[in-house]
Structure formats: structure tokens, C-alpha cells
Ligand binder design. Structure first.
Ligand code: JFZ
Length: 570
């Protein structure tokens, strides 16, 4: 028995990795926001949801009384709904997982729920369970079926979070909502729809205790099912399996964790008849490649209409994306982040010893330049024309490929470049502008040990997870102006890090500091550490904890070397 338990502890971390494999491989999923708000389509009694804001929030935006919203919900009757066609569209687009709103903030269940009659089967003339039909079609098509569940926010339940126009905040018993509705419904979803790829929680719980209850429920019922980061409060450390970026949260470099960016085809998640700001297939392809080139997943939303029709403009865009994906998906699935800096002609994804060069804008001189690649190039060809071997050369650290005269597959022609071994990049050298500080942040850092580049869920990035002297971050810096510099550090830290010592070496000089807590969350503050005299030339800068700690040192935003007044001439 003891041996068995020990074995479990040994394999548990590996098991977690194993759970992430499909997610890391698949890259591209379909998000679906669909509910009674789709019937209102952005309009309530002549008032409109402005384009650019979220139509699924209509109940809250216009403080629609529960009784009236419930009355409206009887009208939902998606007679055009065709699970097979929806899943076929996702598949033809190249999407590998599908996440649908089982319950959004309005509290209405889009599946057969025994917990509350306020669901599509019992409450509407439709009497069918779209989630059951979709889960079955997904299974047939080899697409992972997943659900979105609004676990905290519920504007229908008297004790749920968010509706203070019908139910004054003071009278609420939030735990009663969790026990009566949120957890039992999640239990139904985890029991009745086969294996779920992931549960996409939203508007996370305020306390770690509440978050833990939801994480535990998923782990208990479906240990392989992934949990997104929004299960818990955005200001706290991650309790799910991966992080969600916000819409514009694009890292400038590869993060060292799993993440996904949700985006929508126009500017609302739920259907709005007013919003015609559709992305084109080129927009979507470029966004997807950008995200995948930084190591993330792309979850792309459609907002079907109340009758079950997917807006024609959405279908057209997805078909365009699908056309590209049918030919080029090898450069997306199973790839990882590029170690190279963003080129100006497009983006790069990596698989084994191959670089996929995604050319968005065709160089006028017909030469594709790749800076900072250490490896030797073996051969290059267009992904769609493997017989066409392209000339490759290297000059002053830049790899040059002679391109065909015209792009083969706009808006993204993929060139495959094979190299000797895993692609590696020359370390980024931080250079100096005139009188501006040298900024050493996550994007140009090389981490070692347990130190990791992470997303902070308020929309920023930092280095964290370091706990001892061998967990460090290093930068290469080219000082072109000798002189006096102020060394500054910018970080956030919790109470447990108070007094923790860290050491920064700047070339041969050393500075030490002690962590001052900055409060909860990620409120970075800047501390002046030391004045240094630097000669011109290349130096490396390294920061690490001084001793072994039982916890994270700090959330390091950046180091700065700020030139002090007029620059001395050497
Ligand atoms: C949430 C929902 O409120 C919204 O209706 C939709 O379902 C969307 C996918 O998720 O909205 C959010 C939540 C978090 C961020 C942005 C929108 N965020 O962290 O930037």
C-alpha cells in the first residue's frame, strides 16, 4: 500500500504533463457563445448594446428583471440547429476542440439539467439537448468536446454573483448558490456528456478555498479533463492547468507555461445583429500563427443566432481559414514557440529540426532574412512545393533564403527550413538608445532552473517560480556609453517573500537586495538598488535568490540600468 502511494506521488507530476499533451498539440479550438441573449441579439425594448461591447451581457447592462428575462427565454427555439453541421464546420476550419457555453452569466442552462428547470429542454419549445447532440457529433468527428461554465457569476439565482438589481447584495448567501446550483450543474456536465477535453470557467472565484472546490470536483470526476486559469481569481497564482490571456494579451516572447487566447470573430461573444466588424480569413490566420509562434493556443468564437443559424459572415471567414489550414496545418499542429525574435516579414513556428517560416509580407528583393539562428541550414522548400529546393546561405549571422517570385498561398506562404538539430537562437543583446534606460525584462531573459516567464493574468508578464540560487534569469547587455548607472528593480511580492535576499551580478559587480512585499496581486513597484560605474562593452546581468527558499522569490517585472545625467567620455 505504502509503495503504491509512493508510486502515485512519483507519477502525479508526469500525469499532469500527460494531460496537457493534446492541448499542446492541437492549438486551435472553436468557442461558441449561445443562449437566450442570442434571441435578444443586442436589443432590449429599443435600447441597443453598442457595437464593441458584449451582447451576452445584455441582462446586466439594462438591468432586465429576472421575471422578464425568464419570460423572454421561453422564445428560444433553435429549429435550424444542426449539431452535425456545426461540428463539420469546426473540423473543416481545422479546429480540434469545441467549447460551448453550458451556462453563461444569465444563469440559463443550454443542456438538460435536473438541477433547475431553467434550461433549454424544460423551458423552451425546443425540448432537445444541444450539448448532448454536439458531444455525440464531436465524438464521431474526433473533436474534443468541452464546456464553458460560469461558476461564480449567475444573474438568475438569488444568491449568485452579479445581479444586485433584483437581489440586493447584503441578503446573499453565496455558498448556498454554489451548493444548490453551480456545483450540481458542473457535476451533471462532468457526468452526462462523456469525457470532456476541458472546462472553461470564467470570472474566477474570489477565494482560493472556493477555487479549490471547483478544481477538486473536476479532478474527482474526470482526472484527465483540463481546467482553464479563470477558475480562480485573476490576481492570484494559477490553480488551473493553463492560463488565459485577455484579448490583447500577446506576449512579445515565448512564455514557459501553457496558455490560450480567446478571441471572437467580430467584437461580441454572443450574437448581435448590429455588429458587422468581421475579421477576415487573413486576420484570423495571422492572429493564429502569431499566437502559436509564441507557444499559445487560439480559441476562436462564433455567436450563433437564436434559431441555430451561424451568421453567414462567420461561416465565410471560417471557410477561408479552413482552406488555408487544409494545406498548411502541419505548420500549426504539434509545433512550439520560436526561440527567435519576431521577423518583420511574418512569424515562425518550430517542430523538431524544422522551422516553419510563415511569410505574411513578401520581401521585395526576394530574400527572406532570419536573424540570430545558431544552427546550420540543411535545406529549404515551400511547404506546398517540396520539390522546389530554395537556395540558402548565411552571412554575418543572418540566414538568407531565396524565395520564389510570388507568394504561393496568401495570406501566409509557409517555407520549411530544416536545420541541424533543435533550432537555437543567439541570445538577444539589449542595446542602448540615447539617454534611455536599458530595460531587462522577461522577453529578453534567458531563464535557468525553475525560474519561468509567465503571464500575470492582469495582462502583464513577469519571471516567477524561482526558489533557490540555481533558479536564475540572465540578460546580455551591450553598454555603448560608459558612465554611472542606477540599478533599479521592479517587482511584486507577497507577504511570504518578506526579507528574502536576492543577488544581481552586473558584469563583475554585485548588488544585493531584500524583498519588500508589495501587497496582494501584481502591483509592481520600483526600488532603487545601487549606483554602478559601467565601462562600455558587452556584459551579462544575472539575478537569483541568495539562498534556498520554500516559496517564490518574487514576481520580477524588470531590471533597469538608468544612465545618470551627462554621459562621461571614456
Ligand atoms: C468573459 C465573459 O464575461 C464574457 O461574456 C465572455 O464569456 C468572455 C469569453 O469571458 O469576459 C472576460 C473575462 C476576462 C477578460 C476579458 C473578458 N480578461 O481577463 O481580460
Amino acid at each position: 500500500m505504502i509503495r503504491f502511494v509512493c508510486l502515485l506521488f512519483l507519477i502525479a507530476p508526469l500525469y499532469g504533463q500527460d494531460r496537457m499533451q493534446w492541448f499542446q498539440h492541437d492549438k486551435f479550438g472553436m468557442f461558441i457563445h449561445w443562449g437566450p441573449y442570442s434571441y435578444l441579439a443586442g436589443e432590449w425594448k429599443g435600447q441597443q448594446i453598442p457595437v464593441g461591447t458584449e451582447a451576452e451581457w445584455i441582462m446586466q447592462r439594462f438591468n432586465i428583471p429576472v421575471a422578464e428575462y425568464r419570460e423572454m427565454a421561453h422564445n428560444l427555439n433553435p429549429v435550424q440547429f444542426d449539431a452535425k453541421a456545426w461540428v463539420a464546420l469546426a473540423k473543416a476550419t481545422g479546429m480540434k476542440y469545441l467549447v460551448i457555453t453550458a451556462k453563461h452569466h444569465d444563469g440559463f442552462a443550454m443542456y438538460a439539467s435536473k438541477v433547475s428547470k431553467y434550461n433549454i429542454v424544460d423551458w423552451t419549445p425546443f425540448h432537445r439537448d444541444p450539448l448532448m447532440e454536439l458531444s455525440q457529433e464531436c465524438k464521431k468527428a474526433g473533436i474534443r468536446f468541452c464546456v464553458y461554465y460560469s461558476h461564480r457569476e449567475d444573474w438568475d439565482h438569488p444568491d449568485g454573483f452579479g445581479n444586485n438589481w433584483d437581489y440586493p447584495r447584503q441578503g446573499k448567501n453565496f455558498d448556498r448558490y454554489l451548493e444548490e446550483k453551480s456545483k450540481p450543474q458542473l457535476r451533471e456536465l462532468l457526468t452526462n456528456y462523456g469525457p470532456l477535453g476541458l472546462v472553461w470557467f470564467d470570472r474566477g472565484m474570489d477565494t482560493p478555498e472556493h477555487t479549490r472546490q471547483f478544481v477538486d470536483l473536476v479532478r474527482q470526476l474526470q482526472p484527465q479533463c483540463l481546467i482553464n486559469g479563470r477558475v480562480g481569481s485573476y490576481g492570484a497564482d494559477l490553480m488551473g492547468d493553463y492560463q488565459n490571456m485577455n484579448d490583447n494579451g500577446m506576449p512579445t516572447g515565448g512564455l514557459q507555461e501553457y496558455w490560450e487566447t480567446p478571441q471572437t470573430l467580430n467584437t461580441t461573444w454572443g450574437f448581435s445583429k448590429f455588429d458587422q466588424q468581421w475579421k477576415t480569413p487573413a486576420d484570423v490566420i495571422h492572429r493564429m500563427v502569431e499566437i502559436v509562434s509564441k507557444g499559445g493556443n487560439y480559441l476562436l468564437n462564433i455567436g450563433p443566432m437564436a434559431d441555430g443559424t451561424i451568421p453567414a459572415a462567420s461561416v465565410a471567414t471560417l471557410r477561408g481559414v479552413g482552406e488555408w489550414m487544409q494545406k498548411n496545418s502541419e505548420s500549426i499542429y504539434g509545433t512550439s514557440a520560436s526561440p527567435l525574435a519576431d521577423p518583420n516579414w511574418g512569424r515562425i513556428t518550430v517542430k523538431g529540426d524544422a522551422l516553419f517560416l510563415h511569410v505574411f509580407s513578401w520581401p521585395a528583393d526576394g530574400k527572406l532574412r532570419i536573424a540570430g539562428l545558431i544552427n546550420d541550414a540543411l535545406e529549404a522548400h515551400p511547404l506546398l512545393d517540396s520539390a522546389n529546393r530554395l537556395a540558402v546561405s548565411k552571412s554575418y549571422g543572418t540566414t538568407l533564403i531565396s524565395l520564389p517570385v510570388r507568394p504561393i498561398n496568401s495570406p501566409d506562404t509557409v517555407i520549411v527550413l530544416r536545420v541541424n538539430g533543435t533550432p537555437k537562437a543567439e541570445p538577444t543583446v539589449i542595446t542602448q538608445g540615447s539617454d534611455t534606460p536599458l530595460l531587462l525584462d522577461y522577453s529578453s531573459a534567458v531563464t535557468s532552473g525553475r525560474a519561468m516567464k509567465r503571464f500575470n493574468r492582469d495582462g502583464g508578464f513577469h519571471i516567477a517560480k524561482w526558489m533557490g540560487p540555481s533558479d536564475s534569469a540572465t540578460w546580455q547587455v551591450l553598454v555603448s556609453q560608459a558612465g554611472q548607472y542606477h540599478l533599479r528593480i521592479r517587482y511584486a511580492a507577497g507577504a511570504e517573500s518578506k526579507g528574502d535576499r536576492y543577488r544581481i551580478s552586473v558584469g563583475h559587480q554585485v548588488a544585493e537586495g531584500q524583498v519588500l512585499p508589495t501587497g496582494d496581486g501584481y502591483q509592481y513597484s520600483t526600488v532603487d538598488l545601487k549606483t554602478l560605474v559601467l565601462k562600455s562593452g558587452r556584459i551579462s546581468v544575472t539575478i537569483a535568490p541568495v539562498s534556498q527558499l520554500g516559496h517564490n522569490l518574487m514576481f520580477l517585472h524588470s531590471l533597469e540600468l538608468v544612465p545618470d545625467g551627462p554621459i562621461m567620455v571614456e
